[in-house]
Design a protein around this ligand. Structure first.
Ligand code: MRU
Length: 346
């Protein structure tokens, strides 16, 4: 089982495995205050929707740790400002906004208490978010495993594993579960340009656990699908609209189109914290555009000419009609999504 500790709060500091450097270097990034957390999310020290949410929870804890030492009358305004900054550290993964909203509610519900007390309650809540995410992932893994046939070859995109969550993973959690239940599965992992979450992180997790796999360039996926080499596609999500439209790592939409053309089942694996119950369709999802350096450079080395213009969206939206089902901790949601997604709201 994975020995990866993606997010750990210890001795009043948040320790994150530095995902910018894996697998070449296994080092940790220490957040001593909420601004470090804001930076860590923006710069992708930590990434993956559920991991970002859990990290932001501890960002709020670090803000409270800092501001409880000042004047009580300043505490709530300073906290509001810190929560707002954390909320904006990345725009697409809704788990971030979900976690901040949850922490905000805790502050509001306990506002008459001593600041030390509020801090302790916030810390308990952040611990709960982390713990619940692992439990949620195990439930999704179990539901997801039901649709994995013995001997299946599974294609996945980006990194949706222990690194992208509090532990175990979403799509990669289902893959883990299928592997550990001796289904003799085989995995193809897209390298996932430009940040190479597949090549660096998924490949690392698969290798650590000796799950039989091959890494492919993203461009090879369509050929494998056409040639009948893929039985199932499992990917994660950053935000799901009420009609099932799903934002995930750039390249997911393209995979879904090819999957549909060749009738390969295409599933999303995501917790209900990734569903945005406030938006009707994928058109309302804010798609993050990242720096041109991510495309002009590979691991810090320039590969494109100076001055070339770049388009670098970090996510795309897969339309609901390309999705066979959404595997959540409450079961598998299928079409008609518009009717069925609302049913799983708490
Ligand atoms: O830019 P990233 O690495 O944060 O994007 C991650 C993804 O797109 C994942 O597929 C998604 O967050 C689900 S992770 C369980």
């Amino acid at each position: 089982m994975a020995r990866i500790n993606t997010i750990e709060f210890k001795d009043n500091k948040l320790r994150l495995i530095d995902q910018r450097k894996l697998p070449v270097e296994e080092t940790y990034f220490i957040c001593e205050n909420y601004k470090d957390v804001e930076f860590a999310i923006r710069d992708m020290v930590v990434r993956g929707a559920p991991a970002i949410g859990a990290t932001a929870g501890y960002g709020v804890v670090l803000a409270a740790q800092e501001f409880k030492e000042g004047q009580r009358e300043d505490f709530f305004t300073k906290m509001d400002d810190a929560l707002d900054k954390l909320n904006k550290s990345r725009p697409t993964a809704v788990n971030l906004m979900w976690a901040i909203k949850r922490m905000k509610r805790i502050i509001r519900d306990n506002k008459d208490k001593e600041l030390d007390n509020i801090y302790n309650i916030l810390k308990d809540e952040a611990d709960k978010i982390l713990k619940e995410d692992i439990e949620t992932n195990k439930k999704m893994a179990s539901f997801g495993n039901e649709i994995v046939e013995k001997g299946a070859t599974i294609l996945t995109h980006c990194n949706t594993g222990a690194l992208a969550t509090a532990g175990y993973g979403t799509a990669l959690g289902v893959i883990r579960e299928a592997h550990y239940s001796n289904k003799n599965i085989f995995v193809y992992a897209d390298e996932t340009r430009p940040r190479l979450q597949g090549g660096r992180l998924t490949a690392w997790e698969l290798k650590e656990e000796r799950i039989p796999a091959k890494l492919i360039a993203d461009n090879a996926a369509a050929t494998l699908i056409r040639d009948g080499k893929i039985d199932l596609i499992l990917v994660g999500a950053d935000r799901i609209a009420l009609n099932g439209d799903t934002a995930n790592k750039i390249g997911t939409f393209m995979l879904s189109v090819v999957a549909k053309a060749y009738s390969v089942p295409f599933y999303i694996v995501a917790p209900t914290t990734t569903i945005d119950f406030d938006i009707e369709t994928g058109e309302e999802i804010d798609i993050e555009e990242r720096s041109s350096d991510e495309v002009t450079h590979v691991m810090g080395n320039r590969v494109a000419p100076e001055g070339i213009e770049v388009y670098n969206p970090a996510f795309d939206v897969t339309p609901n009609e390309n999705i066979a089902g959404i595997i959540t901790e409450k079961g598998i949601v299928r079409a008609p999504f518009k009717e069925n997604i609302v049913k799983i709201k708490e």
